[in-house]
Ligand binder design. Structure first.
Ligand SMILES: [Zn+2]
Length: 160
């Protein structure tokens, strides 16, 4: 009888499976972020963000006016068209603020967002102790923000 040693999985194969699982989780949380973005009343862009710790959602947000204010996010610009009101809070900031309001620590979390964070949100994300950001689409009006944030924490575009 021929003796065949049982095939033992190599380190690379095991790592590959973990990465695959993480990618699936990333996709799932980004789908949730997309669903959350539909709650936004903003006309120019609807953005959703989910804050995750140890594979559990601890907070979420979408772009909109502060609670208690009129839900209208835009106003007519002097040159025609619509401009976003300065009071609008971005999805990423709203997710962090909701956690702060509830007394939930954001240290060591992953932020999933439908658009890459702007520079203002990036500062807050860093300062709140978020460790990783995964986004679906690049926010072209603030492209430099990803470069800035990448210097401090892990930032990645999700490949579908
Ligand atoms: Zn922002």
């Amino acid at each position: 009888m021929n003796y065949r040693p049982k095939k033992v999985k190599g380190v690379m194969e095991v790592l590959g499976q973990q990465e695959l699982k993480q990618r699936k989780l990333d996709g799932m949380f980004l789908n949730i972020a997309k669903e959350i973005s539909t709650m936004s009343h903003c006309q120019r862009a609807k953005v959703g963000a989910v804050l995750v710790k140890d594979s559990n959602i601890i907070s979420f947000g979408y772009n909109g006016m502060p609670a208690g204010m009129d839900n209208c996010c835009e106003e007519a610009s002097t040159t025609g068209g619509l401009v976003t009101k300065y009071q609008v809070i971005h999805a990423e900031s709203n997710a962090l603020l909701k956690a702060a309001k509830m007394g939930v620590s954001t240290v060591g979390t992953t932020m999933y967002c439908t658009l890459s964070p702007c520079k203002d949100c990036s500062k807050l994300i860093m300062q709140a102790g978020v460790e990783r950001v995964v986004y679906l689409e690049l926010f072209k009006r603030d492209e430099g923000a990803v470069e800035f944030l990448s210097k401090f924490i892990k930032v990645q575009k999700h490949d579908k």
